[in-house]
Design a protein around this ligand. Structure first.
Ligand code: NG1
Ligand code: ZN
Length: 549
């Protein structure tokens, strides 16, 4: 054991004790998430793990983001960012779980074990980037992460309050020798704004498109950063920020709007059809919406954003005549009408993968241009190195027409406007604004591209959510035995009916999704399915006491 491991236990014992009574927790889709009061020892240990991970990756930068995203104010969480901005490798998720669940007394031995197993020399260089959202307990938790890095003699750079996608971007920039951009807030903003302005040119408004946008910052870091962006927009975009100072995600933000299918609290009196947008607490999700003259609310979610952007990119690729393939990745939560539209109208292939951005990102790598979005508004576009090379070559190819070269240049600017490292509410918003502007569309025009099937999402408490296991990208239930047959039977009784159930990866609940031809039928279908889940998977609490998430 190298001498510097001694501090691992000393710090834990002095400052970051784990209670004897603490239950085991698991590194899930969103890392560790819990009530903030239970997280100090977790943060410390994630500081240790990030340092080990950096050493295992030859000293490349590893990110540690402190956030509970769209969850309520009292919660917090932590996730690690791998060198290319990806989510932590799955094998290491297991190491994270094991490291967090050992006792303080066993911590040093566990660190030594990981070091031995992974061939890590703890005298080697390590670098960790740390960022946090605006929750009041985040600074204190960040200190625990910093102590974890210090205990293993790693180097740390504390970025303070940043959005989750900003930290992903900083990590990638650093590990690509700045080829992706500068790992600073200034570098990030400048890259996006430059591309945005270059594409938009001197016309701020066009056709039905006006440049006024109402922006719900979910009382989180997304509002703070948008206020910074506004100073640099120079009138290109007129953004009215609201929900910038209250309780994070409380009756507002992208998750609230998507799951309740209504406008957030705090939205000022706006004109009918005004373009509104909500991001979530750490600004990696975004959804659009408006209320029409008749007072009807309309949501344009992640599926819509995916179709809008995919259609735009497909046009550009065709215009510049470069031979590159494109695909779109969704999860089972994608509205059936969106999938239909993408396959049959846009003629773009669609893949369906399990919930969790890491699955979507991984699948998107199969394409030259991979567009991936979760219905909740989390997603981005990734471009292969080969695609970038071909597009760059086309933009300079004198044998092509001016129009072809211009399309290639526009595509390059669009790539620059994209945060390829992870879904980014602000970058995605700027992309949507770019497409709407180029088409001269308002939100009704966008909504008119296809009609969503009514859909409902419910959550049910059960004794142990892990009794439900699934296959086929979570669309089919394997256990408890007979549950899938029961769901199938129910679904056949509904026109355009579709429903599936799966255990949440971030909360102790089972989720039920349903869609059908009408709102009433959809709700009825969801309730029927929820009932069989309750009966067959050990429902607890009052029967049918289900709150929509
Ligand atoms: P779970 O709790 O596993 O359903 C939720 C979202 C995911 C993803 C993760 C990470 C839904 C139905 N599920 O996962 O899409 O965003 O949180 O934050 O929206
Ligand atoms: Zn989030």
């Amino acid at each position: 054991m190298t001498p510097n491991l001694r501090q691992v236990y000393a710090f834990a014992r002095e400052y970051h004790q784990k209670k004897e009574t603490q239950k085991d927790i698991q590194y899930g889709t969103a890392g560790f998430r819990s009530h903030a009061d239970n997280l100090d020892y977790v943060m410390y240990r994630m500081g240790l793990l990030a340092t080990l991970r950096s050493r295992a990756k030859g000293g490349q930068v590893i990110g540690v983001m402190i956030t509970a995203s769209h969850n309520p104010e009292q919660d917090n969480g932590v996730k690690l960012i791998d060198p290319m901005g990806e989510m932590l490798e799955q094998r290491w998720e297991k190491l994270a779980t094991a490291l967090v669940n050992v006792s303080d007394a066993d911590l040093e031995a566990q660190v030594a074990k990981i070091s031995d197993d992974e061939g890590i020399d703890n005298n080697d260089h390590a670098k960790v980037y740390v960022g946090m959202d605006t929750r009041y307990h985040s600074p204190q938790l960040a200190k625990a992460v910093l102590n974890g890095v210090a205990a293993l003699k790693g180097n740390v750079r504390d970025f303070g309050i940043v959005t989750t996608p900003m930290l992903h971007y900083f990590v990638t920039c650093s590990n690509t020798n700045m080829a992706y951009g500068l790992p600073t807030e200034e570098g990030y903003m400048t890259k996006l704004i430059k591309a945005f302005k270059n594409i938009r040119g001197s016309t701020f408004e066009k056709g039905n498109y006006t440049n006024k946008l109402y922006y719900d910052g979910a009382n989180g870091v997304g509002s703070l950063k948008m206020l910074g962006f506004i100073k640099k927009f120079d009138g290109f975009l007129d953004v009215k920020v609201f929900n910038s100072n209250g309780k994070i995600n409380f009756n507002c933000g992208a998750d609230f709007v998507k799951t309740n299918q209504r406008a957030p609290e705090g939205l000022p009196e706006v004109e009918p059809n005004a373009r509104c947008v909500s991001v979530d607490g750490d600004a990696d999700r975004v959804v659009y919406y408006f209320t029409d003259e008749a007072g009807v609310f309309h949501l344009l979610d992640g599926d819509r954003i995916a179709t809008l952007i995919a259609g735009y990119l497909k046009d550009l690729v065709e215009k510049c005549g470069v031979k590159i393939n494109m695909g779109l990745v969704q999860t089972a939560y994608a509205n059936g009408a969106s999938t239909d539209h993408i396959v049959n109208q846009l003629n773009v292939p669609v893949a369906c993968v399990p919930t969790g951005v890491k699955h979507l990102h991984h699948k998107a790598l199969d394409y030259d241009i991979g567009v991936y979005f979760e219905a909740n508004g989390h997603g981005t576009i990734i471009y292969s190195t080969e695609a970038k090379r071909k597009i760059t070559a086309a933009s300079k190819d004198e044998s092509l027409t001016q129009e072809q070269r211009d399309a290639a240049s526009l595509l390059l600017e669009t790539i620059d406007l994209t945060n390829e490292t992870v879904g980014d509410a602000i970058s995605d918003l700027l992309l949507v604004e770019t497409v709407l502007h180029s088409k001269g569309w308002n939100l009704q025009d966008w909504l008119g591209t296809y009609a969503d099937l009514p859909n409902v999402l419910m959550k049910i408490m059960v004794e142990d959510r892990n009794v439900i296991t699934t296959t086929d990208a979570e669309r089919v239930c394997v256990t408890p035995q007979g549950l899938q047959d029961a769901i199938n039977e129910i679904v056949t009784r509904y026109n355009k009916g579709r429903s599936f159930v799966r255990p949440s990866g971030t909360e102790d609940v089972v989720r039920v999704y349903a869609e059908a031809d009408t709102k009433e039928n959809t709700l009825q279908l969801a309730l029927e399915v929820a009932n069989v889940v309750y009966d067959m998977a050990g429902g607890i609490g009052e029967r049918l006491k289900m709150a929509a998430i």
